[in-house]
Design a protein around this ligand. Structure first.
Ligand code: SAH
Length: 223
């Protein structure tokens, strides 16, 4: 058990200094947008993993969060958000695949509003619990199938998907605002690549980015 209050601020391996080392590693790996680095530095990653793994929260690795899912590697989170923020602000943002809620918290530092959809109910609820102490006012969590996007809150200026699909889900392209941008991993178990889709005057322009590794995007909601 932690002493009251120490879980959020962190101690030892979860401290401010450990977080600064994570930022230094992200910089060394090529993340250069100061807004993204500041947002990554502002969110305590250790509160999103089980206490037994908290000492590893600032390593650049994915960690298990239950249901066969993982908290994304810090580099993968920073890389996707940097691409969404390149030359622009995030605006109204949709995240597909809340998982533990970490990336949603980082997005909320930069976006006007964030909607984050998770298909596994228990993960959705756990994310809510994880996020509560951070008191983030511009973040809404939704239990649902993100493959269908979130029609009731569309259109979005930014959409980011935290799980890999074979092709971009059509609903996500449809729910992009004019000048909107979608960043998602595409591909299967033998290789995935982060890709970006920009909606420009009704057309969609595709840009291939770096190789990445994410859990698969699945259709439908699950308990
Ligand atoms: N964003 C998380 C990463 C979670 S891993 C982080 O910050 O670390 C990807 C998540 O996507 C898993 O929780 C998985 O259940 C979820 N997922 C997969 N397919 C989905 C779908 N169709 N709709 C919503 N969530 C989905």
């Amino acid at each position: 058990m932690s002493a009251p209050g120490t879980r959020l601020s962190g101690t030892g391996m979860t401290s401010e200094r450990t977080r600064a080392r994570m930022l230094a590693r992200l910089r060394a790996a090529g993340i250069s947008d100061a807004r993204v680095l500041a947002a990554m530095g502002a969110v305590p990653r250790h509160i999103f993993v089980e206490e037994a793994l908290a000492h590893r929260a600032y390593e650049d690795t994915a960690l298990p969060i239950g249901h066969g899912q993982t908290i994304s590697q810090p580099y993968a989170v920073a890389r996707a958000i940097e691409e969404l923020a390149r030359g622009r602000c995030l605006g109204r943002t949709l995240e597909v695949g809340t998982g533990c809620g970490y990336q949603a918290a980082v997005l909320a530092q930069l976006a006007t509003e964030v909607y984050s959809v998770e298909r596994v109910r228990e993960l959705h609820e756990r994310a809510r619990t994880n996020l509560r102490p951070l008191r983030i006012a511009n973040l809404r969590l939704v239990w649902g199938d993100g493959y269908a996007g979130l029609a009731e809150a569309a259109p979005f200026d930014s959409i980011v998907v935290a799980a890999a699909a074979d092709a971009p889900p059509p609903a996500l392209i449809e729910q992009l605002a004019e000048r909107g941008r979608l960043v998602l991993p595409l591909g299967g178990p033998h290789g995935q690549r982060l890709e970006r889709f920009d909606r420009v005057r009704g057309r969609v322009v595709r840009v291939a980015l770096d190789p990445v590794r994410f859990v698969p995007l699945r259709k439908g909601r699950s308990r």
